[in-house]
Design a protein around this ligand. Structure first.
Ligand code: 45D
Length: 171
């Protein structure tokens, strides 16, 4: 896919123009990754609230979560501002001890990590998304695009997105 402009909205309209659209999974992933850090977090959260019912905790695999448990426990002990900072660091691929530990997890364990974070948010252990958070137009369009796809495509996009987050100490 080629882009003629760096603006996210131009990328967006090109990515979703059926005449130049290569593949919905690739284009939705690309537009997602062009969103601001906060909008990426917000879209992930809203995607979880939409998909939550379809994801069974058993499917995320207890064994995988064990590998992420240390990170989840660290997050539970943090203040709300610290929790938000860690999530922003993951999305922004900052190089910190936390993002390096995340970086060595497998793609599915990363997905399970985010899933569990959402569960912790629901239970009140993790900072909530402000009820008045204004998501950008591109952000809500990514969300709409995600909703149009089937579960398998949604998971593929989410897996690609979270696999790319954090910092890979071996890269
Ligand atoms: O103040 O292993 C903002 C299966 C604004 C099976 C904010 C699977 C500013 C195999 C930044 C918005 C395939 C089913 C605050 C796995 C501000 C397998 C806060 C799949 C406070 C794993 C933002 C699993 C915040 C799947 C706190 C599909 C945002 C898992 C937090 C999907 C966002 C998991 C979070 C998803 C989003 C998790 C925690 C979609 C998590 C999303």
């Amino acid at each position: 896919m080629t882009f003629t402009s760096d603006s996210a909205s131009t990328r967006f309209s090109q990515a979703f123009n059926p005449s130049i659209q290569a593949d919905a999974v690739t284009s939705t992933t690309t537009v997602f990754q062009s969103l601001s850090v906060d909008d990426q977090l917000a879209v992930l959260w809203y995607a979880y609230t939409e998909m939550g019912r379809s994801i069974t905790p058993a499917a995320t695999g207890a064994a995988r979560l064990q590998l992420a448990e240390g990170l989840l426990n660290q997050i539970k002990q943090m203040s709300h501002p610290e929790q938000l900072q860690v999530m922003r660091d993951l999305v922004a691929k900052k190089n910190t001890q936390f993002t390096r530990s995340y970086g060595i997890l497998s793609a599915n364990t990363k997905l399970a990590f985010w899933y569990e974070l959402s569960e912790l948010m629901v239970k009140g252990f993790v900072v909530p998304v402000p009820t008045d958070y204004q998501i950008s137009r591109d952000g809500s369009q990514v969300l709409e695009a995600l909703k149009q796809l089937d579960f398998g495509q949604q998971i593929t996009i989410l897996r690609r997105v979270v696999a790319d987050m954090g910092f890979d100490p071996l890269a």
